[in-house]
Design a protein around this ligand. Structure first.
Ligand code: TRP
Ligand code: SF4
Length: 326
């Protein structure tokens, strides 16, 4: 019996390279060894986008296509949509009865987000309860672990605390899930800030080869290097970090040497990197085309994933209702 993993993503836009290396690549690897459940957390998107929910549905479809393109496959993973499994809402409600409000107010992600997203009114009940919904998402499937980036670790910690409290009150129903931290390579946006859709510095998995080349051509390089005749320092160059991820070792070495000796210019160096990045993206593009041409197949995959998740969730909820004697 394979151990089970579960993780999710909020549908806030098409996935970029940062999302890929921060989570998705790891999921694709893990699905070979574990019984994986991956879902689109569309209700969680609503906690911040409740005023303009119109994009969530489309982003959900985008993300599912990104997942399949990146190599998640229904043969190995259960792919589903949170809002299709109403049991998540029921478990969320029950968990909300036992979750002390101070646990939620103390949550570092909660405090950060309220400050960062100051253009949105996040003083809602739903936003405070975000980790309770996430706990319900997770323990519903009694997974061994939750593969996430460090930013999500506090949420998994609260999940463990909520599971422990449930078990203490009502009997041992839920195992406490482990955090499985994703190791992320260094990869910034084209302007050297954190890669983010909202900064306009992201390279998307769905970008065309031409779009990738254009974005790479606009990347910030070694800021000290003004002219081609100036020697550069690859260690402080963002393009070089990309080379390290996408170019073969001999190219990386060669670029390093020729940059330092002013033997290669940034324009040429970027063209070279864009070629290797595009070669990396090509298999993803091919799978995207395959699924794009078969929308019925994608629908069937998701509907089968939803059914499988729902079955599992129903069993859990029978245990839960029995445990709380309702
Ligand atoms: N909070 C997660 C994020 O922003 C998304 C999420 C919702 C999630 N439910 C989850 C992740 C359950 C892992 C497990 O990325
Ligand atoms: Fe960066 Fe390449 Fe220019 Fe060197 S040559 S500064 S590695 S883009």
């Amino acid at each position: 019996m394979k151990k089970r993993l579960l993780s999710g993503m909020r549908p806030t836009g098409p996935l970029h390279l940062g999302n890929y290396h921060g989570a998705l690549a790891n999921w694709v690897r893990l699905q070979d060894e574990y019984d994986c459940f991956f879902f689109v957390a569309d209700w969680h998107a609503l906690t911040s986008d409740y005023e303009t929910p119109g994009g969530i549905r489309g982003f959900t479809d985008d993300i599912l296509l990104d997942w399949l393109s990146a190599g998640l496959t229904p043969e190995k993973s259960t792919l589903f949509i949170q809002s299709r499994i109403k049991e998540h809402a029921e478990l969320f409600l029950i968990l909300s009865m036992i979750t002390p409000v101070p646990w939620l107010e103390r949550n570092p992600t909660y405090k950060d987000q309220i400050e960062q997203l100051n253009n949105k009114d996040l003083s809602t009940f739903g936003f405070l309860g975000y980790p309770v919904l996430q706990a319900a998402d997770i323990i519903m499937y009694k997974p061994y672990g939750v593969p996430v980036g460090v930013d999500q670790a506090p949420h998994v910690e609260i999940t463990r605390e909520i599971a422990r409290r449930f078990n203490y009150f009502y009997g041992p129903i839920f195992p406490e899930p482990e955090v499985i931290l994703t190791e992320t390579p260094k990869l910034l946006g084209t302007d050297r800030r954190k890669m983010s859709k909202s900064y306009g510095n992201a390279i998307f998995l769905s970008d065309s080869p031409e779009a990738v080349a254009a974005k790479v051509a606009g990347m910030v390089t070694d800021p000290q290097r003004m002219r081609k005749s100036d020697p550069g320092d690859p260690e402080i160059c963002n393009v070089y970090d990309f080379h390290k991820l996408y170019s073969p070792p001999e190219v990386v070495q060669d670029v390093n040497r020729r940059c330092r000796s002013a033997d290669i210019g940034c324009v040429q160096c970027k063209k070279l990197m864009a070629q290797h990045l595009n070669a990396f993206l090509d298999p993803i593009r091919e799978r995207r085309l395959f699924y794009q041409e078969r929308p019925r197949l994608v629908e069937e995959i998701i509907s089968a994933g939803n059914d499988h998740a729902r079955q599992t969730a129903r069993q859990t909820m029978e245990d839960v209702r029995a445990a709380i004697k309702l």
